[in-house]
Design a protein around this ligand. Structure first.
Ligand SMILES: [Zn+2]
Ligand SMILES: [Zn+2]
Length: 257
């Protein structure tokens, strides 16, 4: 049975900060966008990141009365019945898209820091009641290949920063799935249907769960994960990701994430 992770573990944090200082010294950090030294996303490049505005569905771009920027309209949410809402803090374009790509496919795990900061900035402005934070899991084979689960790196930092309980292992991906890149909406749903299971129903029953992942495109993965949590008795499941494609881009135009 899974135990909830402690949001603050001093020894772990000390080890992380010593390790990060050593890594910074060995491999000075350069901006993903312009290669300027000093920060993974420099202030000039960070200023070009595009954020959704309130009053518009950030998926289809239509005007909609929504409570928070980065939310999707009822029509877009209708295809994701297991989710109560699906928020993305920013749009995956320019430097942010590059950063997410490097984070996910090029081993640049240090980008978890600046990318989580984007989630936390959104959360501090638009927080809502949540009982437990859970990352979208990778299948163990994929995690071994990549060396880490990018969603878990984000959700750990996020939950510590937001002061929310976190569980790394309540949800598991028990079936390896093809990467969603290049699949249409229908194929994405089929690809991930039934791929997840909740192995700690005691932990999620009756809770308001916040699912964390790096990006959302059609929402199919988040919905399949939410479905497993609902079957385990979750009271509500909401998703928060760093970014989604700009409205109007088709999946085939949105290569690579
Ligand atoms: Zn830069
Ligand atoms: Zn919409």
């Amino acid at each position: 049975m899974d135990e909830m992770d402690q949001p603050n573990r001093p020894a772990h944090h000390l080890f992380s900060s010593v390790r990060q200082a050593l890594l910074d010294w060995l491999f000075p950090i350069h901006c993903v966008g312009c290669r300027a030294p000093g920060a993974a996303i420099c202030p000039a490049c960070a200023a070009t990141i595009r954020y959704p505005t309130q009053g518009f569905c950030s998926s289809c771009g239509r005007p909609a009365a929504l409570s928070r920027p980065g939310e999707i309209c009822r029509r877009c949410l209708a295809g994701l019945p297991a989710l109560d809402a699906n928020y993305a803090a920013a749009f995956a374009a320019g430097v942010l898209r590059q950063a997410i790509h490097q984070f996910k496919y090029a081993g640049q795990s240090h980008l978890a820091g600046p990318l989580t900061d984007i989630l936390l900035a959104w959360w501090r402005a638009f927080a809502f009641p949540v009982d437990l934070v859970i990352p979208v899991p990778l299948h163990p084979l994929r995690e071994r290949e990549r060396g880490y689960n990018q969603a878990l790196l984000l959700s750990r930092r996020f939950s510590a920063g937001a002061g929310l309980p976190h569980s790394a292992h309540a949800l598991q991906r028990h079936r390896p799935t093809r990467p969603q890149v290049g699949l249409n909406a229908h194929q994405r749903r089929e690809n991930v249907a039934g791929a997840f299971s909740c192995v700690a129903p005691d932990l999620v029953a009756g809770k308001r769960i916040l699912l964390i992942d790096d990006v959302t495109t059609t929402g199919a993965t988040l919905c399949a994960a939410a479905d497993a949590l609902r079957q385990a008795g979750a009271h509500a499941v909401t998703a928060l990701t760093i970014a989604r494609p700009m409205p109007g881009l088709t999946n085939s135009e949105f290569h690579g994430i």
